[in-house]
Design a protein around this ligand. Structure first.
Ligand code: HBI
Ligand code: FE
Length: 290
């Protein structure tokens, strides 16, 4: 998912950008979805909700339930009403991937951009660009959690400085390793809250149960220095103890000097343990600092 190299180009992306407004929003046009598209949503939903029940974070499961969206591609206006009441967020429809600065501005203002189109029948297991299933099913449930909702807005607000300092890549890694591929330790279990995980059948099981994958204690500076994979399951995941830790990672750190120190450096490869890493094992008694 997400993050083609050409930051400000939408050519080559598959949504229809021709009718988009200056902020890249479009009407969702809910009435235009066909029965085959709603049916595709229902099957994706049914498969993923069963996995989420076993492997997703409590906040995610509760949010998903409140959205009541098993029955077809949701109407964004209905979901926005639920969201606005809970955390002040709303959903805006977009054609697909949008430029970083526009994306950051939406988040900072508590608007979550959701792609309007749904993947094709032969893409149920994997696709490169975000579609409505990834964006809505993956991201929107967590936005009903007040702590996570505040974190996402703060992430968006952090975008301007990262852009000024030419360090968007570093900030984007925070998004990737938390919002997209984050794990949380809860009730003695490793569970998923990242949208890229919970919208993927294979990665939901892999990230939470594979005994060999690298799971590290959340460390925002380590994350900002770590490259990620866009073409396969992650080889490293970062594990938080609770959702408050995310916001702490943004507000307790002065990002300027961190960007300054590391933005010219080669990031760590995604599949290596570094000195000082704290590895989280599935069996809680084995945790050890390397
Ligand atoms: N646009 N629609 C969409 N969805 C994303 O997840 C997204 C984006 N633009 C930029 C972006 N993500 C990230 O690279 C930012 O976190 C930097
Ligand atoms: Fe996403």
């Amino acid at each position: 998912m997400e993050r083609p190299d050409a930051e400000n180009s939408t050519s080559g992306l598959r949504g229809d950008y021709s009718q988009a407004r200056a902020d890249y929003t479009v009407p969702q046009d809910h009435a235009s979805y066909g029965e085959a598209e709603h049916d595709r949503w229902r099957r994706l939903y049914a498969r993923q909700v069963a996995l989420a029940d076993r492997h997703a974070a409590r906040a995610y499961r509760e949010g998903l339930k409140r959205l009541d969206c098993a029955d077809g591609i949701p109407d964004f206006a209905d979901a926005s009403a639920i969201l606005t009441k809970a955390t002040g967020w709303q959903i805006v429809a977009v054609p697909g991937f949008i430029p970083d600065e526009v994306f950051f501005d939406h988040l900072a203002n508590r608007r979550f951009p959701v792609t309007r189109w749904i993947r094709e029948e032969d893409e149920l297991d994997y696709l490169v660009e975000p579609d409505v299933f990834h964006d809505f099913f993956g991201h929107v449930p967590m936005l009903l959690d007040p702590t996570f909702a505040d974190f996402m807005a703060a992430y968006g607000a952090a975008g301007a400085r990262a852009r000024e300092m030419d360090a968007v890549d570093m900030l984007a890694r925070i998004y990737w390793y938390t919002v997209e591929f984050g794990l949380i330790e809860e009730e003695g279990e490793i569970r998923a809250y990242g949208a890229g995980i919970v919208s993927s059948a294979g990665e939901t099981v892999f990230s939470t149960t594979d005994p060999d994958v690298i799971r590290l204690a959340f460390d925002p500076v380590r994350i900002m220095r770590t490259a990620y994979r866009i073409d396969d399951f992650q080889s490293t995941y970062f594990v938080i103890d609770d959702l408050d830790q995310l916001m702490g990672g943004l507000v307790d750190l002065d990002f300027g000097p961190i960007y300054q120190s590391y933005r010219e450096e080669e990031p760590f490869p995604p599949d290596e343990i570094q000195p000082g890493d704290t590895r989280i094992s599935l069996n809680k008694t084995e945790d050890a600092t390397q």
